[in-house]
Design a protein around this ligand. Structure first.
Ligand code: HEM
Length: 500
């Protein structure tokens, strides 16, 4: 009898707890998505049937007209922001009142824990300011000779492959290209990306962008239940980074030091940082962590962007021809020498990349958690007078995918139209309605490097090949449901036809 009473009381208390929790947005008069007991809006996320980004996209689309809406990350209050003005205030003006949702413990994952993505406050300021110098245009410009070297390898590889079949998977091709670029530009290493069937960069990249359900579950846990993830020692990277990347970096460093080799690349900078830090000790883990930031953030994101750009160009022959005409025109002007300056003059190609990232934002959601109470305007524009206090610890999500497909900012959003970003049109797009690289102080650190390598790859390919749609690529493209980045579910086959 006592046991039955105990169970009934327990159920009652749990229900009351959730009831009170789930009244949170109602009490504040904020429109919200009705939660399911225990799991809030994330039931299908916890069972790995869908990704957080898909839920956010749906919320964004379902609540048109609102600036933001409430929902529940299990029992924790969360908000999906739709309004570019509020996004601007979060990412730019009041950036320091927020941190990223993903948190990584030094003890559990010392490599990921130093990535500027996840740290905040003074630690972020210190790491960001020490790395910034390595990502300026002044650093990227001297990389041109390396880009040209990798371009040649890329073109030779495509020529060789197309002797067998003109259809190439642009996803894999782009991974080879950016893998080689990152290895040579950041670490001065030959990546053997075009020689090996399964190069090292693929093996390392796979740890993060894995299709393994276990890794995807770990990443979901690290996002949604960091405390439990910490206890279970589940890391955002799946496993603590493999010995492979660590060995590559530490061996390269050792080789340089033994042979007195100094280089002005990212690894050289990290080595210098260690030398200058004496008597303080910069550990191997710290060196590998920063090197991994370059690799992790630089390799897959750029590869996916390049792949989607190639795919879109194969679908839109008018855009492809216009881009090629511009390349020819500029190269004619520069005696057929592809320099950094020449690439800078290819404005239409910039617009092709911008439009690729609009339609296919590789980072699907941007997440934040309030570090302080913050003030938002009313959830509905008709209710101008009301201000709302969003409490400290509230989770906030932005769906870049849904925002970039809003027809009020991008008429006919499924059309691939680089002219949305030409001089005349780009200013019509509200600031922060286009955020493929984020915005404000936490704007993507590697944006200049990313754009440079993607552009160089496109110039190399368009100069030598016509791209044609391959009928085996099923349309509309299906996306990998649980992948951390926006990525295609199946091969993206494009036919490469030599121009000469
Ligand atoms: C097309 C390629 C890329 C895309 C779409 C992309 C996108 C983004 C986005 C959206 C953010 C902001 C996230 C936020 O506000 O929470 C970000 C941050 C960051 N990105 Fe990128 N990125 C790309 C390439 C790169 C490259 C090549 C590197 C480095 C080699 C890099 C390094 C970083 C770092 C370190 C941050 C964190 C910055 C901070 O929080 O201070 N990214 N990126």
């Amino acid at each position: 009898m006592f046991l039955i009473l105990f169970i009934i009381s327990l159920v009652f208390i749990i229900r009351l707890f959730f009831q009170t929790r789930y009244d949170y947005w109602k009490k504040r008069n904020i429109p919200f998505c009705k939660p399911t007991l225990l799991v809030g809006s994330f039931g299908s996320v916890l069972t790995l049937r869908t990704a957080i980004s898909n839920i956010c996209q749906k919320l964004h689309n379902d609540y048109a007209g609102y600036r933001y809406i409430g929902f529940f990350d299990m029992w924790k209050p969360a908000i999906l922001v739709r309004d570019p003005e509020i996004i601007k205030s979060m990412l730019v003006k009041n950036c320091h009142s927020y941190r990223n949702l993903v948190q990584v413990e030094h003890e559990v994952d010392p490599i990921m824990a130093l990535n500027p993505f996840v740290i905040y406050g003074n630690e972020w300021r210190s790491v960001r300011s020490s790395l910034t110098s390595q990502f300026t245009s002044a650093k990227i410009k001297p990389m041109t000779s390396n880009f040209l070297l990798v371009n040649k390898k890329l073109v030779d590889y495509i020529k060789k492959q197309t002797e067998v079949s003109k259809a190439l998977d642009v996803r894999q091709l782009s991974n080879r290209y950016t893998g080689e670029n990152v290895m040579i530009n950041a670490f001065g290493l030959e990546g053997r990306s075009f020689e090996d069937k399964y190069p090292d960069s693929f093996k390392v990249g796979e740890q993060f962008c894995s299709k393994s359900k276990l890794v995807q579950f770990g990443q979901t846990m690290a996002m949604l239940c960091p405390k439990i993830a910490r206890i279970l020692k589940v890391t955002f990277l799946g496993n603590p980074i493999s010995g492979l990347f660590k060995n590559i970096i530490l061996d390269a460093l050792k080789y340089r030091n033994i042979n007195n080799i100094t280089r002005k690349d990212f690894l050289g900078y990290l080595n210098e940082m260690r030398a200058k830090s004496a008597p303080f000790y910069v550990s191997d883990d710290e060196i590998v962590a920063h090197a991994f930031t370059y690799f992790l953030d630089g390799y897959e994101t750029s590869a996916l962007t390049l792949a989607y750009a190639l795919f879109e160009l194969s679908q839109n022959s008018d855009v492809q021809n216009k881009a090629r005409e511009e390349i020819n025109e500029v190269l004619n002007k520069h005696d057929h020498v592809l320099s950094y300056e020449a690439a800078q003059e290819m404005i239409y190609l910039d617009n092709v990349i911008s439009e690729t990232l609009r339609k296919h934002p590789i980072i699907k959601i941007i997440t934040r958690v309030c570090l302080d109470d913050v003030v938002f305007p009313s959830p509905h524009p008709d209710d101008e007078d009301r201000e709302v206090i969003i409490k400290k610890d509230t989770e906030i999500f932005i769906s870049c995918e849904a925002l970039h497909k809003e027809s009020k900012y991008y008429p006919n959003p499924e059309a691939f139209d680089p002219d949305r970003f030409n001089e005349q049109n780009k200013n019509i797009i509200p600031k922060c309605a286009y955020i493929p690289f984020g915005e404000g102080p936490k704007l993507c650190l590697g944006k200049t490097f990313a754009l440079a390598q993607i552009k160089m790859g496109l110039i190399a390919i368009l100069s030598e090949f016509h791209l044609e749609y391959n009928k085996k690529t099923k349309l509309p493209l299906e996306q990998e449901n649980l992948h951390i980045f926006l990525s295609p579910k199946f091969e993206m086959l494009v036919n490469f036809v030599a121009r000469y």
